[in-house]
Design a protein around this ligand. Structure first.
Ligand code: HEC
Length: 97
């Protein structure tokens, strides 16, 4: 039979295997960028994508309403340029000052 001491040692060895394996598996390949996500500047995105048609009028439109207008091609909003906006960008536009 195993002595309590060798049992404890075995536990320590086995317990540390997933820790070491886990560390290797989850270590990020590249350092995470601390820069804000591309297009997080809602005011600039609004100016580039919306103001040509809407001026300042649709500032603060909800992301859901904007997405719906794009999906439904309301007023020719279903353009590739507007369809390419990500949910994060639509949210940024909605939050634009
Ligand atoms: C090609 C011109 C054009 C562009 C670019 C455009 N829109 Fe529109 N949009 C329209 C027209 C026309 C309507 C329908 C009339 C209206 O509601 O003013 C409309 C409707 C909407 C509506 C639905 C109506 C409402 O107020 O709920 C929202 C929301 C909207 N636009 C937001 C935006 C946002 C935000 C952008 C930029 C991401 C954008 N639009 C870009 C032309 C455009």
């Amino acid at each position: 039979m195993l002595s309590p001491k060798s049992l404890a040692l075995a536990l320590v060895v086995f317990a540390s295997v997933p820790v070491v394996a886990g560390w290797t598996a989850f270590r990020p390949e590249k350092p995470q960028s601390s820069a804000p996500a591309a297009g997080a500047d809602g005011a600039a995105l609004y100016a580039q994508n919306c103001s040509s048609c809407h001026g300042e009028k649709k500032k603060g439109s909800s992301a859901a309403a904007t997405k719906k207008a794009i999906d439904d091609n309301v007023g020719k909003m279903g353009s590739p340029k507007l369809k390419a906006l990500t949910p994060a960008q639509l949210a940024a536009i909605a939050a634009a000052p």
